[in-house]
Design a protein around this ligand. Structure first.
Ligand SMILES: [Mn+2]
Length: 342
């Protein structure tokens, strides 16, 4: 089904070489770490090496499997389906060495970088994907609840991160979808801080950004906890919360995604913090923790039913504190569902 949906998108070429592993998983189900998929209007051939022979028998759907003899790209070049192609599409993310081997081996053929055709399909989730993403989100949130009491003065950032990651795995996650962020006090003002040695102090804001991989799908959530009294931080928190809610309320099929970014940004700017919100409002989540659609001022997409994305405004005051609130939203036929609230 996904392969035939892709075929409709790649009519400008007579064959498409897929090298991006999440895209290969999405199209034919391969979970290993080495392989190339070639799709034409008629054929779909997946190339991998002998390590994955058994795995392919279990996993691959909608493609013939070729177990390579020598090297991956060279064996791809030798295959009759590939030899017959005249105009070949490839992904922009292809490794340069693979690209140059292909180009050399297929002299006289036309090569065309395709603009994220699989990503286009992946933006709109199927019901089964949404179900899995919801489970991933639920698992990460319940794990967070399990360790929330550790977020208190005297505890090291890193210790909280380790406990959270342990709980997530214990509760069934394959792993984390990115390195867990626990950033306290002035560290919270760095949007991509890591968990470090700092011990939490009274009056800190603590930004906790975490997610799991679960059945191949990711989750992504951020919570900010203010320890004790910090009137500035509480004020900032209210602004971020208001910005997030205003953007979420606006989500509806057909609305430009850049409009959501603008709504949140206007609220933060009007409160005087515009220069302290330097990243985009959100991003799609699926097989990868960051994927389409982009929810930013530059986004060309509109909200569509089946999209899953984050809404994560933040305010970062250098050397002082930071607040980010991030939730994941599923767009439904009627309305939306916030899947990171439990
Ligand atoms: Mn995120």
């Amino acid at each position: 089904m996904r392969v035939s949906n892709l075929r409709k998108e790649i009519k400008e070429v007579d064959g498409f070489i897929v090298t991006n592993l999440p895209n290969i998983y999405y199209l034919v189900g391969f979970t290993g770490s080495s392989g190339v998929l070639v799709i034409t209007q008629k054929d779909a051939v997946f190339f991998t090496d002998f390590r994955y022979k058994e795995q392919c028998a279990r996993e691959i759907k909608d493609a013939d499997v070729v177990i390579i003899k020598k090297s991956l790209i060279r064996d791809v070049l030798r295959h009759s389906v590939v030899k017959s192609l005249k105009k070949i599409g490839f992904e922009e993310s292809i490794k340069y060495s693979s690209y140059s081997t292909l180009k050399k081996g297929l002299k006289g053929k036309k090569f065309l970088p395709l603009k994220n055709e699989v990503g286009k399909l992946r933006k709109i989730k199927e019901p089964g994907e949404i179900k899995t993403i919801k489970e991933a989100a639920k698992l990460s949130l319940s794990s967070f609840e399990d360790i929330k009491s550790l977020v208190k003065p005297g505890v090291r950032e890193e210790d909280i991160a380790v406990e959270l990651e342990y709980r997530m795995k214990k509760n069934g996650a394959q792993g984390t979808s990115f390195e867990t962020i626990v950033a306290s006090g002035p560290n919270a003002a760095l949007p991509h801080a890591r968990a470090g040695n700092r011990k939490l102090k009274d009056g800190d804001t603590v930004v906790l950004d975490f997610g799991v991989m679960y059945n191949h799908y990711a989750s992504d959530t951020t919570r900010t906890i203010i320890l004790g009294k910090n009137s500035k931080a509480h004020k900032v928190y209210k602004v971020v919360e208001e910005a997030q809610l205003a953007a979420i309320r606006k989500i509806k099929h057909g609305v430009p995604l850049k409009e959501l970014d603008r709504i949140a940004r206007d609220i933060i700017s009007d409160a005087g913090y515009g220069e302290y919100f330097g990243h985009s409002l959100g991003h799609g989540v699926g097989l990868e923790v960051h994927e389409g659609p982009s929810v930013s001022g530059k986004s060309e997409d509109t909200v569509e039913t089946g999209m899953v994305f984050t809404v994560e405004p933040g305010i970062y005051l250098p050397n002082s504190c930071g607040v980010r609130i991030e939730d994941m939203v599923v767009v439904k036929d009627k309305g939306i569902e916030i899947i990171t609230k439990i």
